[in-house]
Design a protein around this ligand. Structure first.
Ligand code: GTP
Length: 598
């Protein structure tokens, strides 16, 4: 009957539909934090996360709710990341719960991530409670949205709470639904231990803190444990719960959510999805669903100041302590010098790492255009995985090449269908099908090369649909493609860091577009700079950056002094992320621009 008083749940939503705001209201309403402690959006703690307004890492909090009848319930709320890069973490958080609140914005209705998250939750057999948020807004259409959820997802919305998380309306209905609808946990407290790690953090005092859901058995201090995937053994030094600060408790039993510390040195040894069992009484099988995080996107990271190589290495090592998905290895580029090839879950993950390096470690970094992993079958039968376009073998050694594909789901107002299809076509999308969600909104399914999606697809999609379209995608595997390496030469020298793998039939067009783009980006210098695109030894495009006229500054001298200042300041700023390549100064933008052309 201890378990009967526990509810483990998470909140799933499309980005900005109000997940964090609802979490805040639940925390407030259950009196888990005093008003003074109540800081807006407690669940999003990392500074970066707050600024970007997105949830990066899953976290958990324990709420104590007293019902009208005076009964006390423990509600464990597990927060889930809100971005496709972190979908695996989402799936592990869901696996730790029995139910989910599905928050849908009453002005926007179902969006791509609403569906993606909802399907994930259904796969884990969670009880899903639809919650209609933002009913305070004049443009709210709660009845239509309810019908939409019933039609598209098939969830009963007859008594879905209609709420405003912002002004605190309807929160009691949500709490009531959690207690009444979400099943309590089950699981034998005396069975051999099986606890799911749904998140882990490195703490310099406690070592790795594993966030766990105990499925079976009991875990307590002093116990010898074994991690079933990593096969490593440890002794538990502390177990506790989230109030939300860490609070030590004597033990955690089947059904509980909490944390465990066991002098684990690195998050890599306690990966999300692994199962903790007893060393002396091992469970027969681990909990289902474990897989190591697999980086999908690779990029070269180089310090702008080559003297900072060691510093960059140390910083990456420190970040890695807390980020099991980040991998890196030393790499040398003729153009950029010594750096690292880093692997990420996706572009957002990459941007986060880059920002942290710059902000927390004060490093200036030049990053090369992100690349997916290409699979190459050579004529001699060897299969290689290519993460850096520069290292592509010569065409005569290649039997065939494959690239990763995703299944993309796009939801858009119907008036933009044409524009969206046009964009997808441009990005080598293979149209699958199209369905109407309501009379005015359409869901499109495409298969598309991951490479076409990773960089600016989302931005392009947003700009073509005035911000109304939403996107979700998942990897479906590799497909054969006819690809070539496109090299860029500056001043006659190939710049390895600008090499890119492109579909053969687009090579000419891309080559031209890249040269044009680089011409705009590379600042004029005292001499003329030819920019060329080449496939093998064949030059396919050429542009020229004209030499700077020495009197650029002289011209505004005496005339407009502020203009001169501005010019100088602009130059200074531009200097920041510039890399000297041979005799040419190349700004950071150039490395990304190669991916941005259509
Ligand atoms: P991510 O963490 O980025 O996935 O977003 P989220 O789903 O957690 O959304 P969040 O709670 O950050 O809310 C997004 C925006 O909607 C914020 O500006 C909120 O203030 C606003 N918002 C949330 N709930 C309501 C509501 O009930 N009414 C109104 N008017 N605005 C709301």
């Amino acid at each position: 009957d201890r378990q009967k008083k526990i509810r483990n749940f998470c909140i799933i939503a499309h980005i900005d539909h109000g997940k964090s705001t609802l979490a805040d209201r639940l925390i407030e309403k259950t009196g888990t934090l005093t008003q003074r402690e109540m800081e807006d959006q407690v669940l999003d703690t990392m500074e970066l996360e707050k600024e970007r307004g997105i949830t990066i890492k899953a976290q958990a909090i324990r709420l104590v709710h007293t019902t009208e009848g005076g009964e006390e319930y423990i509600l464990n709320l597990i927060d889930t990341p809100g971005h496709v890069d972190f979908n695996y973490e989402v799936s592990r958080s869901l696996a730790a719960c029995e139910g989910a609140l599905l928050v849908v914005d009453a002005t926007q209705g179902i969006q791509a991530q609403t569906l993606a998250n909802c399907y994930l939750a259904l796969e884990h057999d969670l009880e899903i409670i639809p919650v209609i948020n933002k009913i305070d807004l004049p443009s709210a259409r709660p009845d239509e949205i309810k019908k939409e959820i019933e039609d598209v997802i098939g969830l009963d919305c007859s008594d879905a709470p209609l709420i405003s998380a912002k002004v605190g309306l309807g929160i009691d209905d949500v709490l009531k639904a959690i207690v009444e609808k979400i099943p309590c946990p089950e699981g034998d407290e005396d069975a051999p231990l099986r606890a799911l790690i749904f998140d882990s953090y490195y703490d310099s005092y406690k070592g790795v803190i594993c966030y766990i859901r105990v499925k079976e058995g009991t875990i307590k201090k002093g116990m010898k444990i074994k991690l079933m995937a990593s096969k490593k053994e440890y002794e538990v030094t502390e177990v506790g719960i989230f109030r939300p600060q860490y609070m030590e408790v004597p033990e955690l039993k089947a059904g509980d959510v909490g944390y465990v510390c066991a002098s684990i040195k690195n998050v890599r040894d306690a990966r999300v999805g692994d199962t903790i069992t007893e060393a002396e009484r091992e469970a027969k099988e681990p909990l289902p669903g474990y897989r190591p995080a697999i980086p999908m996107v690779f990029s070269g990271f180089y310090p702008t100041d080559s003297a900072k190589y060691e510093e960059l290495k140390e910083a990456l090592e420190k970040l890695q302590l807390n980020d099991a998905a980040l991998i890196f290895e030393p790499e040398t580029s003729v153009a950029l010098g010594f750096g690292f090839r880093c692997g990420f879950l996706g572009l957002l993950h990459m941007e986060i790492v880059q920002e942290r390096l710059e902000r927390e470690y004060n490093l200036d970094i030049v990053t090369t255009a992100p690349s997916v992993i290409y699979r190459i079958t050579k004529t001699d039968g060897e299969v290689i995985e290519l993460t850096n376009p520069t290292n592509m073998p010569s065409p005569t050694e290649i039997e065939f090449m494959e690239e990763p594909y995703v299944k993309a789901t796009i939801i858009t107002p119907s008036e933009y269908v044409g524009a969206v299809m046009d964009l997808c076509q441009n990005k080598r999308g293979i149209f699958k099908n199209m369905e109407y969600i309501e009379t005015t909104r359409v869901m499109l399914h495409y298969e598309m090369p991951l490479n076409e999606i990773i960089y600016d697809f989302f931005d392009a999609l947003k700009s073509r649909t005035k911000g109304y379209a939403s996107l979700d995608y998942e990897l479906i595997g590799y497909k054969e493609s006819d690809l070539v390496k496109l090299d860029i030469l500056l001043n006659g020298d190939p710049v390895d860091a600008l090499s890119q793998i492109v579909p053969k039939e687009r090579a000419y067009q891309r080559g031209r577009a890249i040269c044009e783009k680089l011409k705009e980006i590379i600042p004029r210098q005292l001499f003329e700079i030819p920019i060329q695109a080449a496939i093998g030894s064949k030059i396919i495009a050429r542009e020229t950056v004209k030499a700077l006229r020495k009197d650029v500054l002289a011209k505004c001298y005496g005339g407009d002094i502020t203009r001169k200042k501005k010019l100088l300041e602009k130059q200074k700023e531009g200097k920041k992320r510039m890399k000297q390549i041979g005799t040419v100064e190349v700004p950071q933008e150039a490395f990304m621009a190669v991916l941005k052309v259509e």
